[in-house]
Design a protein around this ligand. Sequence first.
Ligand code: COA
Length: 108
Amino acid sequence: MAATTTAGEAPKIVWNQPQQRFETEDKKAYLQYALRDGGRAMDIVHTFVPPSKRGLGLASHLCVSAFQHAKTNSMSVVPTCSYVSDTFLPRNPTWNSLLYSEDLKSHM
Ligand code: COA
């Protein structure tokens, strides 16, 4: 079934645990992560939105799903992807509280 998104309506984001992704139902837009620090940190390595759907906030929705998942599971976040570090976090600074701290490495 094709997932359609109208303006103002939040797209459905699905957690694809085996592939370590958060993605749209059609899988065309996704956020890829890797687990670090024994699973205690979510390293967001890449975010992708098809050219035809860019500029509508879809990457932002993917990030919110990933950060909410990290928060729910008491994980910290490593913002490797430049969209997360340069665009999402400056525009949504409350999520900075989840960022991975170098200090935690002493517990590895
Ligand atoms: N790094 C940081 N910010 C970026 C960016 C990048 N590579 N590419 C675009 N942005 C910013 C733009 O400045 C844009 O700002 P604007 O709203 O003032 O125009 C903003 O992202 C748009 O935000 P949003 O609508 O939430 O993002 P999107 O759904 O259009 O998706 C990307 C953004 C980056 C995921 C998409 O452009 C893409 O897939 N690009 C190719 C892959 C890539 O470069 N991924 C990021 C590095 S891993």
